[in-house]
Design a protein around this ligand. Structure first.
Ligand SMILES: [Zn+2]
Length: 276
């Protein structure tokens, strides 16, 4: 499609001009809002980032634990905010940092610095979950759901072939990932959800910690794309061959499920705290 290619070109241009906030990630609200990209690119106002889509998908499909759903529904905004927070390390996007300070009263850079002191892995899934549980135990339910959203974001990102394979370490424009752009305009998960073929080839392992779904999805991604080569990835859907289309579809559907299962695991964790 010609329009799709034009938009992609503009996105690439914008990303290139906006140094340092991209690569190895699904697109998030940071890209659209803080960069004003919706307007600049002429995208519809209701165009949703891939992170928003994953998070909303989990919120729509969560079914248990039933007694926690009412509370969770009251905190969907916080889960979505966390789901759109790019907290993979430092430096942060200044506008996003400011927004989080204003809305949640925390210094995101301090939180990340604390995580980095403890762990080598900048995504720090176990730390985000510990922060979420800590907030919940202290009665700060709003904060707990925000931190949970950040954890969901990490589980979403590790579902990307480029990220799981650590194919890119540089943030130069020339290293941006075609798969991620193609995904931006091609959300291929059936709504309402209908299983197709072998799309979700694993069952929920029912982990007691939602953070465990990070390494779970990491391994799943490597199984799907063991020798991922971005150089062979087309930029648009109409240029993609069948295996590439399957990979995109599988990574979306499987990541969506790992994310949903993590959310349900987190709600079980919150329920345990409420019991005591
Ligand atoms: Zn990210």
């Amino acid at each position: 499609m010609k329009t799709e290619r034009t938009i992609l070109f503009l996105v690439l241009l914008l990303l290139g001009l906006s140094l340092g906030h991209c690569a190895r990630a699904w697109d998030s609200e940071e890209l659209f809002n803080d960069w004003g990209a919706r307007e600049k690119l002429g995208l519809p106002r209701d165009f949703e980032s891939t992170h928003t889509r994953f998070t909303k998908w989990a919120l729509r499909h969560v079914t248990q634990p039933e007694e926690m759903l009412r509370e969770m529904r009251q905190h969907e905004r916080e889960i979505l905010d966390g789901g759109n927070t790019e907290a993979h390390g430092l430096p942060l996007n200044a506008a996003a940092e400011k927004k989080i300070r204003r809305e949640y009263g925390i210094d995101l850079a301090d939180v990340i610095a604390r995580h980095l002191e403890k762990e080598e892995e900048p995504d720090a899934p176990a730390d985000w979950w510990a922060d979420s549980l800590g907030a919940y135990s202290a009665g700060d339910v709003k904060m707990a759901y925000y931190y949970l959203g950040v954890l969901l974001h990490m589980i979403q990102d590790i579902g990307l072939p480029s990220r799981a394979n650590a194919a890119f370490h540089s943030r130069r424009m020339s290293d941006l990932d075609n798969f991620e752009y193609m995904a931006m305009f091609n959300w291929k998960i059936a709504e309402p959800w209908k299983p197709l073929r072998d799309d979700v080839n694993k069952a929920d392992p029912d982990y007691s910690s939602p953070a465990s779904y990070y390494s779970f999805n990491y391994k799943w991604t490597l199984e799907d794309a063991p020798s991922y080569d971005n150089g062979r990835m087309p930029l648009t859907w109409d240029k993609a061959d069948e295996p590439t289309k399957d990979l995109l579809f599988h990574r979306q559907a499987r990541t969506a499920h790992a994310n949903l299962w993590a959310l349900e695991s987190a709600l079980r964790g919150f329920r345990e705290i409420r019991k005591h």
